[in-house]
Design a protein around this ligand. Structure first.
Ligand code: T4K
Length: 367
């Protein structure tokens, strides 16, 4: 039996990829800000409607580098309901993550809880647009401005997401992207930082290249996180088909919603008004009492039948050994995040799901 996986990578046409590989081979320039790297940065700025972008080798290094670039120290307010890389980036920068509970209506950090978490040591807020659902960026900006804090959005899930025609990636001081194979848009492994001005891009471009400003000057403790030419070229090809992939995902979401609406004990998010969603994930939430089966019972039943959903984001980051001793990691501080983590299943969601895959997934939930 073929398994139906939670996602499947968007792959460029192999013949077209072969042609660009030939070009790279002929040029003998395979990394370090080559021509495909430059072309992909320009193309992504246009597609994403952002002024400046810097490519990275994955989605974790932009998080690490953003905190370095803004010289963040002390405490960083963040959400426990994310992939673990979000909090690890704070820890790797020698800062202390401070967890704030989520808003159950979106899964994102609850802005009403941020102020109570601010201390004299707080220097930044790192929210996540989880599942690509936009955070309340206006409210977060208001709080950040009031207390003089920086805002770095982990926008790993928010490729192409817009609110009232504007990219969500323009919110905050910096936004990070992830182009992993499992995402809506991928460069196999890859990522990016989005910034507002050329000076910040210059600094970040130095930092991702060991801090080199020129052949002899190192202006900061940089790292190596440059995207190479092969993945940049692959990324250019994938950009041509990402809109069609998002449309296909949208159709899957429509079908899931039609079929699952009205099942007692199963809820899901609807689209938000004015938002161009990317349908990166399709989480459902299982209320065991109402549904008559626990989340895990349903999850393993699906698995036994070849439907491999995933429990993103369970367990919560705040429960992992590195973080569970932090005062903000207590269960009492994070009731909504625990509730969501304990009830979620992300259903298969990708551009190449067929009718039979979708029908089987739905039938297993409908019982
Ligand atoms: N911030 C946030 C909010 C993130 O979600 C992530 C990454 C990051 C930061 C960090 O970005 P990166 O440093 O990873 O670029 C996956 C991804 O590895 C990870 O990128 C992603 N978030 C996270 C949410 O999910 P796993 O461990 O669930 O992936 P895996 O290997 O189990 O794959 C899931 C399914 O995808 C497989 O069952 C089948 C399919 N798949 C996967 C791969 C790798 C394929 O069909 N082909 C493939 O090549 O973590």
């Amino acid at each position: 039996m073929d398994k139906i996986t939670v996602t499947s990578p968007l792959l460029p046409d192999l013949q077209e990829f072969h042609e660009v590989l030939q070009e790279i081979w002929d040029s003998k320039w395979i990394t370090n800000n080559g021509s495909f790297h430059k072309k992909l940065e320009a193309a992504l700025c246009e597609y994403l409607k952002v002024p400046y972008i810097s490519l990275f080798t994955n989605g974790t290094l932009p998080l690490l580098t953003a905190l370095q670039a803004l010289r963040i120290t002390g405490e960083v307010i963040t959400t426990p309901y994310s992939f673990v890389a979000t909090t690890h980036s704070i820890w790797w920068n020698g800062c202390r993550p401070v967890f704030v509970d989520i808003d159950p209506k979106t899964g994102n950090m609850d802005p009403d809880r941020i102020e109570a978490a601010i201390t004299p040591k707080t220097t930044a807020i790192m929210p996540v647009h989880v599942y690509g659902k936009p955070c309340d960026t206006a409210r977060i900006k208001e709080i950040a401005d009031k207390y003089g804090l920086k805002v770095i959005y982990d926008a790993a899930h928010a490729f192409g997401v817009e609110v009232n025609g504007e990219s969500i990636l323009n919110a905050g001081d910096l936004s990070t992207l992830c182009f992993h194979a499992t995402k809506v848009y991928n460069t196999i492994e890859g990522g990016a930082l989005v910034m507002h001005d050329a000076e910040t891009k210059k600094r970040i471009d130095y930092l991702k290249n060991f801090g080199f400003a020129n052949e002899v000057e190192v202006v900061g403790p940089g790292i190596n996180s440059k995207m190479d030419e092969v993945r940049s070229a692959y990324g250019l090809l994938n950009l041509k088909q990402v809109d069609a992939a998002i449309d296909a995902r949208h159709q899957v979401a429509i079908r899931y919603r039609e079929a699952l609406r009205g099942i007692k004990g199963v809820t899901f998010f609807d689209d938000m008004p004015g938002v161009r969603h990317n349908y990166s994930y399709f989480p459902i939430f299982v209320d065991a009492e109402e549904y008559g089966m626990t989340r895990d019972e349903l999850y393993f039943k699906m698995k036994d039948n070849g439907v491999l959903g995933r429990r993103y984001f369970y367990p919560l980051i705040s429960t992992f050994s590195t973080y569970r001793g932090l005062p903000s990691a207590s269960r009492e501080n994070l009731p909504q995040a625990h509730k969501m983590a304990d009830s979620v299943i992300c259903l298969p969601m990708h551009h190449s799901l067929n009718k039979a895959d979708i029908d089987l997934t739905i039938s297993l939930i409908q019982r």
